[in-house]
Design a binder for this molecule. Structure first.
Ligand code: ATP
Length: 303
């Protein structure tokens, strides 16, 4: 096993990295059934979008995390620290890092905020520590941290099966979207806990979305949006229906909830159209963003 000094010489001496970590939405999320291990089998189309957290990772003797958002834990439960510890263990590197997390992606919002931070930590630390790992090795560490983490190592758009971690890249199309978050979080486990067999489907929705993306027509993508978890979330949180109705009334071509919610998104005809919709929908405690889909990596090293 190489010591850190040998590894850092090889890495070219980078001591501080700035990374952006993009969020995701689920264009389709189907629940296919329940597995013997108690988790649900899903089929989903996951898409990276340009709403991003920012991480600064600096070389340090011990591992420490600072976060800008009060609703994010900075103890060992934060996915950034869990990712850093998992990488130390898997690589045998015994070093610290000072990580500053500037949260912009809303927390517990169905946008994969914690998972993208974990992926950015893995990308940043492998670079800082000069680990030249093949992508499959990093993906193994990623999946142990959360089912969405492997997606963020790739970005773009992909079909996810299993618990969402088995990924197949698909042809994407550039879309302009409006995200609306009610300012209230939902627990992923609680939402999945409300799924009943009546909500199961056969994966046909994912196939329809893949064909819609290939057509490159935003209206067809909008008509193919679907999320089984909305049937659990919407009766409990009336904001879900209200936000979708507001998006449609403001001109969105279609709207759906992302992941386990409660963020919803609308499809626009263009980015200008998305900005107009955003201006019309913004109200009260709702937070709104006009965003573009990302065809490339979700994690970008800025410096
Ligand atoms: P998922 O759908 O993957 O469960 P989500 O996108 O709905 O996640 P996250 O923003 O990842 O939600 O937050 C889920 C929980 O994870 C929160 O309750 C939060 O306390 C915890 N958490 C741990 N690390 C982070 C992080 N870096 N950013 C945000 N939340 C984090």
């Amino acid at each position: 096993m190489l010591g850190f000094d040998a590894l850092s010489k090889r890495s070219g001496g980078a001591r501080r990295l700035v990374l952006s970590a993009a969020a995701k939405i689920n264009l389709v999320l189907e629940v296919l059934g329940k597995r013997a291990d108690g988790y649900h089998e899903i089929a989903t189309v996951i898409q990276a979008v340009d709403l991003s957290d920012r991480l600064v990772i600096e070389d340090a003797e011990v591992l420490e995390l600072r976060a800008t958002a009060p609703d994010v834990p900075t103890d060992g439960t934060n996915l950034v620290l869990r990712a850093a510890r998992a990488l130390c263990e898997a690589s045998g590197v015994n070093r610290g890092a000072r990580i500053t997390l500037d949260k912009r992606v809303p927390v517990a919002a169905g946008l994969g905020g914690g998972s993208t931070d974990a992926a950015a930590t893995l990308v940043g630390l492998t670079r800082l520590w000069g680990l030249r790992w093949p992508p499959a090795r990093l993906a193994e560490v990623a999946v142990a941290l959360g089912m969405d983490v492997p997606f963020f190592l790739r970005g773009g758009v992909a079909v996810g099966t299993g618990r969402g971690e088995r990924l197949e890249p698909v042809v994407g199309t550039a879309l302009a979207l409006v995200l609306v978050n009610p300012g209230v979080g939902a627990s992923t486990a609680a939402i999945y806990g409300g799924v009943t067999p009546a909500m199961y489907s056969d994966g046909g929705g994912v196939h329809r979305m893949v064909a819609a993306l290939r057509s490159r027509r935003p209206a067809r993508v909008a008509a193919s949006l679907a999320n089984a978890l909305e049937r659990v979330a919407a009766p409990q949180y009336r904001q879900v229906g209200q936000m979708e109705a507001a998006l449609l009334a403001a001109g969105a071509l279609g709207a759906a909830m992302s992941g386990s919610g409660l963020t919803v998104f609308g499809v626009a005809r263009s980015f200008d159209h998305a900005r107009q919709i955003r201006a019309r929908v913004t109200r009260g405690s709702w937070r709104c963003w006009a965003v573009r889909t990302l065809s490339g990596p979700a994690i970008r090293v800025r410096a």
